[in-house]
Design a protein around this ligand. Structure first.
Ligand code: PGA
Length: 230
């Protein structure tokens, strides 16, 4: 396994759950190289230094101040996060985040030397209108094409939590179109209904650099299996 494999716990788990998740995960897998776990933020500090690279699930676009409910990049860093998801479709939808706000979040993370994992992906009606590439381009418009060390997660919205995944060719087309926007090599991940039955085909039949796993990551044995298949 050399590809990045990210567990996105979303708003799931508890202190006890995460404690036993870590125990069960390491029972399956000795090393957590290339594994990142996006925990709910209250647990970052508790589970820092447990052999797992930690990620936040979102960050404020502001430095600090009167922004009740928000977390700054500096706070995430203080709690041990090395990475942070931004632009996840659930945050875009429920928090009405725009591409402009997401770019500000990207800059906040960079300022604190945290690695953004920028999520993009099209809704079903865009896919049905064969406009996926244009849509992804628009979501990446504000990111400097000379940017180094980018990690972008391609997550079709219609695939998240539905059990549906795109045709392998369509995943590769999306990866190609994302890579073509940038002058430097970047990491492109796929997310959306990844499980141990489809992980190796996505990983082997495309030139994907890793997987972002939601629902299936909550089962530590299943997540370890996915990681071993990559
Ligand atoms: P899923 O979620 O694996 O449950 O589809 C992926 C994600 O939202 O990152």
């Amino acid at each position: 396994m050399s590809k990045l494999v990210i567990a996105n716990f979303k708003m799931n788990g508890s202190k006890d759950f995460i404690e036993s998740w870590i125990k069960d995960f390491f029972a399956e897998q000795e090393s957590a190289n290339s594994i990142i776990v996006a925990l709910p933020s209250p647990y970052l500090l508790t589970f820092n230094n447990r052999g797992l690279a930690l990620s936040g699930q979102n960050v404020s676009n502001e430095d600090s101040g009167a922004f009740t409910s928000q977390l700054s990049a500096e706070m995430l860093k203080d709690c041990g996060a090395k990475y942070c998801l931004i632009g996840h479709s659930e945050a875009r939808q429920f928090l009405t985040e725009t591409n402009e706000i997401i770019k500000q979040k990207f800059d906040q993370l960079k300022k604190e030397s945290l690695q953004p994992i920028l999520c993009i992906g099209e809704p079903l009606k865009i896919k049905e209108a064969s406009k996926t590439t244009d849509y992804l381009t628009e979501q990446l418009d504000l990111i400097d094409s000379d940017q180094e060390n980018l990690i972008i997660a391609y997550e079709p919205i219609w695939s998240i939590g539905t059990g549906l995944i795109p045709e392998i060719n369509d995943i590769q087309l999306a990866i190609d179109s994302i890579r073509s926007k940038f002058h430097k090599p970047i990491k492109v991940l796929y997310g959306g209904s990844v499980n141990s039955s489809n992980a190796s085909s996505i990983s082997d039949k495309t030139d994907i650099d890793g997987l972002l796993v939601g629902g299936a990551s909550l089962n530590p044995k299943e997540f370890a299996k996915i990681a071993q298949l990559c």
